[in-house]
Design a protein around this ligand. Structure first.
Ligand SMILES: [Zn+2]
Length: 217
């Protein structure tokens, strides 16, 4: 089962993807992670990606597509995958349709006020990238990563004044992709205003219903 997760920053996509990955035994593929892996491996592709990342530039579509394609051709993707962070442009969505057309695209939505609360309370580990929330997912020791002990920081992006800007940018960037999948009948919109423990069962049952409809469950 090939899934794409779409949603604004702070909607909780990563958390839902993890739960779905466990439940259906398919890998959660975040473009951020595979970029980092590729750079670490020092592959030719990795060096290309590094060139753009180091300069703070957007990695061009054809390189992003190449990285994703390489990742999806690995053994663990045979039964499917969850893509998180890809596609980010219409060109990427069209390319994906060519080599691994998604079965279902989950479009997560939440009110702006909910997103602002989630993002402004977010803390990120300065070393391993683990994510916490001062209210909803506090670390055992305030300001310290449970996993590696490094200090937690507020990402520049999560400052309240930057959040509104990010949301506007998200809408502008993703509305063509959302319409693209809507036209193909692949889009299901899920409200993520509630906390993850309430949203996750909705996500799981949406996927189960889809599989049942196809006689795959
Ligand atoms: Zn850490």
């Amino acid at each position: 089962m090939k899934l794409v997760f779409i949603g604004p920053p702070g909607v909780g996509k990563g958390t839902y993807a993890q739960a779905v990955s466990q439940r259906f035994q398919i890998p959660h593929i975040s473009t951020g992670d595979i970029f980092r892996e590729e750079v670490k491996r020092g592959s030719e592709l990795g060096r290309k990606v590094q060139y753009y990342l180091e300069r703070g530039l957007l990695v061009p579509d054809e390189i992003v597509v190449e990285v994703v394609k390489a990742r999806l051709s690995q053994d663990d993707c045979r039964r499917g995958f969850i893509l998180d962070g890809f596609p980010r442009t219409l060109a990427q969505a069209e390319a994906l349709e060519g080599f691994a057309p998604p079965d279902l695209v989950l479009n997560f939505v939440a009110d702006d006020s909910v997103i602002v609360e989630r993002l402004s309370g977010r803390r990120v580990c300065s070393k391993c990238g683990a994510i916490y929330h001062v209210k909803y997912m506090p670390p055992r020791f305030p300001g310290t990563c449970d996993k590696c002990g490094a200090p937690l920081v507020v990402r520049k992006d999560d400052r309240p004044e930057v959040i509104a800007e990010r949301l506007a940018l998200y809408r502008e960037q993703f509305s063509p992709i959302i319409s693209y999948y809507e036209r193909r009948g692949k889009l299901v919109t899920i409200s993520a205003n509630a906390q993850a423990p309430e949203v996750i069962p909705v996500v799981i049952s949406t996927i189960e219903r889809f599989l049942r409809g196809r006689g795959q469950l």
